[in-house]
Design a protein around this ligand. Structure first.
Ligand SMILES: *[C@@H]1O[C@H](CO)[C@@H](O)[C@H](O)[C@H]1NC(C)=O
Ligand SMILES: *[C@@H]1O[C@H](CO)[C@@H](O)[C@H](O)[C@H]1NC(C)=O
Ligand SMILES: *[C@@H]1O[C@H](CO)[C@@H](O)[C@H](O)[C@H]1NC(C)=O
Ligand SMILES: *[C@@H]1O[C@H](CO)[C@@H](O)[C@H](O)[C@H]1NC(C)=O
Ligand SMILES: *[C@@H]1O[C@H](CO)[C@@H](O)[C@H](O)[C@H]1NC(C)=O
Length: 453
């Protein structure tokens, strides 16, 4: 059964209207706030980097360390009512990391931190070592379980929680929003145009430019942390990169923390700044857009393919002259806007804290399409188009985005080496032709697969 754990933080509270500079004495009680940061860099050589699903893209050195950052908020009057939000500079969170962290928290803190109030996220950098997720496909592309990566992430997260737990102080939280310009493009603008006009009219752009920032200040006036949401893929680093790093929003966090922790080395100092992922699906930072790397022609067609060479030559770049400069430019935009919003944030958050955790069987959900028709979800399966990758990292061979027809050659390989999709799945996924029926693969439920390295 395919299940997805959803932790919804109901931190969203009532926003106190106020246009003035932060002031603590307006009757809002504030919270207990703890922040922590710890290194969670795994092995920096020989291990495949997680993100582009290319087992040959292995680490060969380091550009920046990966950090795990934790924010704990609790009610002042009732401090066991608390929520923990973790932002790890890794490809994505995995159930395996989550279970191991929760096990350690249980041992150290009893029931204080548990599956209901610990929210764990990855920033989605594509330049960190893999091997820490139990999902079949990620297992295959990382060459199995890499214990040193898993341990570094789990220990880094737990260390950052310990720090945040120990330094909780009475403080206040302010919220602000603003628009970040020139930092994102829609990876599939032609697909976006398939949305109804009435829906598209509601937005000024085909990407979400809004950034939300939380500013945390202790009662004694000391600034202790910044937390932000902004939708951009941290993939300024393309699939030729071999240096471990936390990409553009990791760079933004570095700049913010260096600014607030003057005199400290990177990754040190009391102020913690986190840039966390939000609705970043299909949002690319490579703002020059897709071009054929062989001819220089634009390739913004429905399948993102080049007339000469096919899809694998269609790649988006920019805004810098190379991926390192692009990482810095996007990171600097994001940082500068966050700082501006942070300085102006004056609406105070108030209200009780609660959180909910839910298991949802994503393979069996009925969706009401209109008054007469419903649709149903199915067991997961990756289509032919999945193998085409995206303009940020095309796949191999000549798979093309938007494909609705399979190919006997690949179907044969699939049936021989993986598993034949059931007729039920084929029917349910139509018109998407199934390449990898991962939801029907025998490995699907193996939480702990083969050990490696
Ligand atoms: C790759 O696929 C595209 C789109 O289906 C097609 O137009 C192109 O001819 C193919 N290229 C090669 C080299 O097979
Ligand atoms: C990746 O970026 C580098 C520049 O930093 C460039 O030389 C290379 O061609 C790019 N490769 C791909 C596949 O995008
Ligand atoms: C799917 O969900 C429906 C309604 O929630 C339930 O009756 C049915 O047993 C479920 N089917 C499977 C295969 O879990
Ligand atoms: C409801 O959706 C179905 C499937 O898309 C479509 O065939 C049908 O015409 C729709 N009915 C109405 C009333 O819009
Ligand atoms: C699946 O569909 C094919 C083609 O329609 C049919 O030959 C086959 O018997 C079906 N398999 C099962 C298990 O129903």
């Amino acid at each position: 059964m395919v299940v997805l754990a959803v932790v919804i933080s109901l931190l969203v509270l009532y926003v106190q209207p106020s246009d003035a500079v932060p002031e603590f004495s307006k009757g809002s009680e504030g919270y207990l706030i703890g922040v922590g940061r710890a290194d969670c860099t795994g092995p920096i050589a020989e291990v495949p980097l997680l993100g582009y699903a290319n087992p040959d893209q292995k680490g060969g050195g380091i550009l920046s360390r990966q950090y795990c950052r934790t924010f704990i908020l609790a009610e002042r009057q009732n401090p066991t009512k608390r929520v923990v939000h973790i932002v790890a500079e890794i490809g994505m969170m995995s159930e395996r990391v989550r279970l191991e962290v929760l096990k350690q928290l249980k041992y150290k803190y009893g029931d204080l931190y548990n599956q209901n109030n610990v929210i764990m996220t990855g920033t989605h950098t594509h330049s960190g070592p893999g091997g820490f997720a139990q999902y079949t496909l990620l297992m295959i592309s990382s060459g199995g379980l890499i214990r040193p990566t898993l341990n570094a992430i789990v220990n880094g997260i737990v260390n950052s929680i310990d720090m945040a737990h120990q330094n909780m102080v009475q403080g206040h939280i302010f919220i602000g929003t603003g628009l970040v310009e020139n930092s994102q493009i829609n990876r599939s603008p032609l697909s976006y145009l398939q949305n109804p006009v009435s829906e598209r009219r509601r937005y000024s752009s085909n990407v979400d430019k809004e950034m939300t920032v939380l500013k945390m200040v202790a009662d004694n006036g000391q600034e202790i942390g910044m937390f932000s949401w902004f939708a951009v893929h941290p993939v300024s680093m393309n699939n030729t990169n071999v240096l471990v790093n936390s990409d553009n929003i990791g760079y933004a966090a570095y700049l913010f923390e260096q600014e607030k922790n003057k005199g400290y080395l990177p990754g040190k100092g009391p102020f913690v700044a986190a840039f966390t992922s939000s609705n970043l699906g299909d949002v690319s930072p490579n703002t020059k857009g897709p071009h054929c790397i062989n001819t220089g022609e634009p390739c913004e067609n429905m399948g993102n393919y080049c007339l000469i060479g096919g899809a694998k030559f269609c790649i988006a770049t920019g805004p810098g002259k190379d991926m390192f400069q692009s990482t810095q430019i996007i990171g600097t935009h994001v940082y500068s806007k966050a700082k501006e919003i942070y300085m102006k944030a004056s609406k105070e958050l108030d209200g009780p804290i609660s959180s909910v955790h839910q298991w949802v069987d994503m393979s069996n959900i009925t969706v009401q399409l209109n008054s007469t028709h419903t649709g149903k979800t199915c067991k997961p399966a990756l289509g032919y188009s999945f193998a085409a990758g995206t303009i940020d990292g095309p796949g191999m061979f000549n798979f093309t985005q938007g494909t609705t027809e399979g190919h006997p050659f690949w179907d044969f390989i699939r049936d021989a080496f993986l598993v034949q999709p059931s007729n039920e799945s084929i029917e349910c996924h139509k018109p998407k032709p199934i390449l990898l029926p991962v939801g029907e693969s025998p490995h699907e439920n193996q939480l702990y697969g083969a050990e490696h390295g």
